[in-house]
Design a binder for this molecule. Sequence first.
Ligand SMILES: Cc1cc2nc3c(=O)[nH]c(=O)nc-3n(C[C@H](O)[C@H](O)[C@H](O)COP(=O)(O)O)c2cc1C
Length: 217
Amino acid sequence: MNFEELSQLIKSRRSVRNWQDKDVPDEVLKQALELATYAPSGMNYQGWKFVVVKNKDMINAIADAVRSRAQKVASWEETARHMENPQAMVERAGFFRKAPVLIAVYSQIYPSSRDQIYLERMAHDEEAALMKSWLDLANPSIQSVASGIAYLLLALLAQGLGSVWMTGPMQAKGDIEQLLGKPEGFDLVALIATGYHDETPRPKTMKSFDEVVQFVE
Ligand SMILES: Cc1cc2nc3c(=O)[nH]c(=O)nc-3n(C[C@H](O)[C@H](O)[C@H](O)COP(=O)(O)O)c2cc1C
């Protein structure tokens, strides 16, 4: 693949939220998922797990759980103060039930001796506590999984599949983990809905290149 082809793939990737009612062969998904596992990860720990769900009843149960949690949020007085139309949020919450495939993405906290060093040092060293707060913001487990998801979305697109990466449903994380199971030491951090897409997304607004890229003199 030359730069032009890579550029075309990256620029044509958009979030897709409508899919054809058409099965996606396991082999197609496996090929895309295999590419995702080549993404970079902190210490090459590869602390990710991808659980593929094609069972309609299970996808519906997950969407119901997400909708139910959204309904709860909609009932809060705080929501009324900050959101114009909470019911619209509830209606949107389980939109991914139309997807033929849902991929649950789990992240593993990787063991690091540095964490133990900091935990002990922070008890008597303020500077160490500050440095730990900088490290915490970087969260390598989450960044590693995010790189895997980014690769996966492109690999799925190269297979003709349109996807959306979702963290909103994580307010029902506990419910989804009860439905799908929770591998020991892993936490559910995102859902990806995918399938043969049934929409052409509108062009999106982009920040200017100069706003987001800077070369230091
Ligand atoms: C970390 C992350 C979380 C997201 N969560 C959701 C979500 O919960 N629901 C949703 O519909 N889209 C979600 N999206 C998709 C974004 O809305 C979308 O990527 C963004 O609007 C840019 O559009 P594009 O993907 O078409 O380029 C998420 C994307 C990312 C990267």
